[in-house]
Design a protein around this ligand. Structure first.
Ligand SMILES: [Zn+2]
Length: 281
């Protein structure tokens, strides 16, 4: 747990999964990236599914909800899905239940960020995982998820969200917005259309939930970007802008996919290289 002003922050780990290391690092050669995150025998790297619960009195705001439980045995093997402790287990360890989540902020609807929005019901069927939560998504991402291109269709499973739309709990956002005072979402277009990062400010501290704008600490370097990014040059510009604000302001950056480091404070060395100081959340 970490306090930022009146907010209480809890890391909520849905577990780990694996993606192709080459796809995760785009143009970076394997001899370089495998020193940062080693690959397994199928060239996959282990990535965290790390969500964040932000508690502000009666508002319990969950940012992203992991990969969820709707995977076949074959898919579980392909993506090396290991849901330990799972969102449910991590919420319980923090002292909360799914029913107590009042708000769900989805950074974007890729399956490894919003896969836990619905869940299997024992005995068959699916239900909303957070029955009392208002779900905040950028309208541009919602619409894109329902008609992606051939290039990114594999990352979106829009049919999983029909139940959310019918529930009346979907709140579509048009650009920057404040969820509660001090908790802002900020749109970003480099990784996919209408992604939103989250910025939580209290006292003199700010934490940024970077989502896929900077998925791991290895992606802090300007040219280390994902092959999945739809608009690489926009991503580069957005990442550099965020990093320069974060260095100036001493922000904490929260990394959804880093296998080891949940959050860090980043500073610039005199030679321009980045110094990363891990911080517990
Ligand atoms: Zn993504």
């Amino acid at each position: 747990m970490r306090a930022i002003g009146r907010f209480r922050l809890h890391t909520i780990l849905d577990g780990f999964f694996g993606l192709d290391g080459g796809a995760m690092f785009g143009i970076v050669p394997k001899p370089l990236w495998e020193k940062q995150i080693p690959a397994d025998e199928r060239n996959r790297i282990r990535l965290a599914l790390r969500c964040l619960l932000v508690v502000d009195g009666a508002r319990r705001i969950l940012i992203d909800d992991g990969i969820g439980d709707q995977w076949t045995e074959k898919e579980t093997a392909i993506y090396a899905i290991d849901r330990t402790p799972s969102v449910d287990g991590a919420l319980a360890a923090a002292g909360f239940s799914r029913e107590e989540v009042s708000d769900l902020v989805l950074t974007h609807l890729h399956f490894d960020h919003a896969g836990g929005t619905t869940r299997r019901v024992p005995g068959g069927g699916i239900e909303l995982s957070f029955p009392n939560a208002t779900c905040h998504v950028q309208r541009r991402n919602w619409e894109w998820a329902h008609s992606p291109t051939e290039r990114d269709a594999g990352s979106y499973l829009a049919s999983r969200f029909e139940r959310l739309e019918r529930s009346g709990r979907l709140h579509l956002l048009d650009g920057e917005a404040e969820i509660v005072p001090g908790f802002r979402v900020v749109p970003s277009e480099g990784h996919t259309t209408g992604l939103q990062t989250a910025e939580i400010t209290g006292g003199d501290e700010t934490l940024v939930f970077c989502a896929d704008l900077i998925p791991t600490t290895a992606h802090l370097k300007a040219s280390w970007n994902m092959g999945y990014d739809l608009r690489p040059l926009d991503l580069l510009r957005e990442k550099k802008a965020l990093l320069s604000r974060a260095i100036r302001g001493g922000f904490l950056l929260f990394f959804e996919h880093d296998p080891r480091i949940a959050a860090a404070r980043v500073s610039a060395r005199p030679d321009g290289a980045l110094h990363v100081e891990a911080v517990d959340v």
